[in-house]
Design a binder for this molecule. Structure first.
Ligand SMILES: Cc1cc2nc3c(=O)[nH]c(=O)nc-3n(C[C@H](O)[C@H](O)[C@H](O)COP(=O)(O)OP(=O)(O)OC[C@H]3O[C@@H](n4cnc5c(N)ncnc54)[C@H](O)[C@@H]3O)c2cc1C
Length: 414
C-alpha cells in the first residue's frame, strides 16, 4: 500500500512542475546530466516514495532511477500523466490481436506489394567504407552495393559494425559504443482460462524481477486463441521481467544466472505471489513461450536482444538519423529523436527522419514524410518561454528557489 505523506506527494508534483515548465535547452543540458533519483530527491524520502515514484522506472523501461536521466524519465512521466488527465488522449494503447496477425504480417505483405524483397536470416556482417561514404555491406559473405544504406539494426550490433573507416565517414557513430542497454525480456503463458488481471498493463511493483503483465484476450476482439489450439487455450498472459540482477523468490538467484526453465518457473511464482494461486493455479498453464533471444550459456543466460536505456548523459551519444556519410542513414530506436525512449514510436520516428534524409540528399522529388514529437499541453508554453530567457541569462528555473529552501530546511532539520 501507499503510505507516503502528502508533503512528499506535493514535493514530487513540484519537481514535475519545474520539469513541465522548463525550456528545451535546460532539459537537454541540466536535466539530461541529472539522474531521476537525484532530481526527485528520492534519497531524502520515505521508502514508499522511492518504491512508487522512483523505482517504477525499472518495471516500465528496465531503467534504474539512479541511472536514468531526469530529462527522459521526467518527460515520459509527464506524458503518462497528461495521458491520464486528458480525456481525449488514451492513457495506453495496445494491439487488438497477436502482433504477427495484426501488424507484422500485413506490414511485410504491404512492403512486398510495393516491390520490396525481404531476405530473412541474412545478417549484415560488415559495413565497408572508404572513410567518406559506405561502399558496400557484406551479407552472408557476399558484398552488396546500393545507392543508399539504411542501418536499422540494434545499437549493440551497429556498434560492432563500426570500423575506423566508417567512423571517419560518420563520426557520430562513435556514440553507439556509449549507449547502454539493459535486459527486458518476456514470457507468454498460454492458459486454459482467461484471467483478466487488469484492463491494461498490470505493474507488479513488489516483484523482485520488476514484472509487468498484460492479459491479451480481452483486447483481441477478432482473434480467439482457442481456435488455434483445439480449444485448449482460452487466455494469453504476456509477462515482462525488467530486472535480471535481483535474486528471485524460488531459486534465490538473479535471472541472468538461471536456466531458461528456472526463469519461467520464477516468473510464474512471482505472479502467483501477487495475485494468488486461486487466480493463477498451476493447472491453468497449458504451455508457455520464453523469449528465444534468451539463450543458455555456460554460467547462465545470454541475451541476444537487450533494450536501449536512457542513462544520464546518453542523449549526447545518440547519433541523428542522417549521418555525415551522405549515403548512410540510421533508422532505429537509439537514434536521437523527439520520442526520447527506446520504443517502437522512437524507431518509427527515426525511420521517418531517415527517409527524409535520403530524400533531401537524392534527386528524388517527393514530399517529405511527416514527423512529430511528444506533445505537451500548450498552457505551459508561456512559462517555458520565460524560462528560456532565464536560461539564456544563466539564471535558474524559478521553481528551484523553493527547492533550494527545501534543501536548506532539510539540512537544518532532517
Ligand atoms: C520485452 C519488450 C517489450 C517492449 N514493449 C514495447 C511496447 O509495449 N511499446 C513500444 O513502443 N516498445 C516496446 N519495446 C521496445 C521496442 O520493441 C523497441 O524499441 C523497438 O522494437 C526497436 O525497433 P528497432 O527497429 O530499432 O529495432 P528492432 O525491433 O530490434 O529491429 C532490429 C532488427 O535488426 C535485425 N538484426 C540484428 N542484427 C542484424 C544484422 N547483423 N544484420 C541484419 N539485421 C540484423 C534484428 O533481427 C531485428 O529484426 C519493448 C521491448 C522489449 C524488449
Amino acid at each position: 500500500g501507499r503510505t507516503f505523506p502528502n508533503r512528499e506527494i506535493a514535493h514530487f508534483l513540484s519537481r514535475l512542475a519545474v520539469l513541465a515548465t522548463s525550456c528545451r535547452q535546460r532539459r537537454e543540458d541540466d536535466f539530461e546530466s541529472t539522474s531521476w533519483w537525484e532530481f526527485i530527491d528520492a534519497a531524502e524520502m520515505s521508502p514508499a516514495y522511492r518504491k512508487h515514484l522512483a523505482r517504477s522506472t525499472q518495471s516500465l523501461v528496465a531503467l534504474r532511477p539512479e541511472d536514468g536521466s531526469a530529462r527522459t524519465v521526467g518527460s515520459i512521466y509527464l506524458q503518462l500523466l497528461f495521458g491520464q488527465l486528458d480525456p481525449d488522449r488514451p492513457a495506453e494503447r495496445v494491439l487488438d490481436g497477436p502482433t504477427s496477425d495484426v501488424w507484422l504480417d500485413p506490414w511485410a505483405a504491404y512492403l512486398r506489394d510495393q516491390g520490396v524483397t525481404i531476405h530473412t536470416d541474412a545478417p549484415v556482417t560488415a559495413i565497408e567504407s572508404d572513410g567518406e561514404r559506405v561502399t558496400a555491406v557484406v551479407v552472408d559473405g557476399e558484398r552488396a552495393t546500393a545507392d543508399y544504406y539504411v542501418a536499422a539494426v540494434p545499437v549493440e550490433v551497429m556498434a560492432d559494425l563500426v570500423t575506423p573507416e566508417l567512423e571517419r565517414a560518420a563520426p557520430s557513430l562513435s556514440g553507439t559504443r556509449r549507449v547502454d542497454t539493459a535486459w527486458m525480456n518476456g514470457v507468454q503463458f498460454y492458459l486454459d482460462r482467461d484471467v483478466e488481471l487488469a484492463t491494461g498493463h498490470a505493474v507488479f511493483l513488489d516483484s523482485p524481477w520488476a514484472l509487468t503483465a498484460i492479459s491479451q484476450r480481452q483486447f483481441w476482439a477478432d482473434h480467439d486463441p482457442s481456435e488455434r489450439s483445439n480449444g485448449g487455450v482460452e487466455g494469453v498472459l504476456s509477462v515482462i521481467a525488467s530486472d535480471w540482477d535481483t535474486p528471485g523468490i524460488v531459486y534465490d538467484k538473479p535471472g541472468r544466472e538461471c536456466t531458461r526453465e528456472e526463469a519461467v518457473a520464477e516468473i510464474w511464482a512471482q505472479l502467483q505471489a501477487h495475485v494468488g494461486t486461486d487466480v493463477l493455479p498451476d493447472e491453468a498453464r497449458v504451455t508457455h513461450l520464453l523469449d528465444p533471444e534468451l539463450q543458455q550459456g555456460e554460467d547462465g543466460l545470454r541475451n541476444g536482444s537487450p533494450l536501449v536505456i536512457n542513462t544520464v548523459g546518453s542523449l549526447h551519444h545518440r547519433p541523428e538519423a542522417g549521418t555525415a556519410a551522405d549515403n548512410l542513414v540510421l533508422a532505429a530506436d537509439y537514434v536521437r529523436v523527439e520520442t526520447d525512449l527506446a520504443t517502437m514510436e522512437a524507431a518509427n520516428e527515426a525511420g521517418r527522419h531517415a527517409a527524409n534524409a535520403v530524400l533531401s540528399r537524392s534527386s528524388v522529388r517527393a514530399r517529405p514524410v511527416q514527423t512529430w514529437g511528444l506533445e505537451e499541453p500548450s498552457v505551459f508554453d508561456p512559462l517555458k518561454r520565460q524560462d528560456e530567457l532565464r536560461y539564456n541569462l544563466g539564471l535558474p528555473h524559478p521553481g528551484e528557489a523553493s527547492h533550494d529552501a527545501w534543501r536548506l530546511a532539510r539540512s537544518i532539520a532532517p
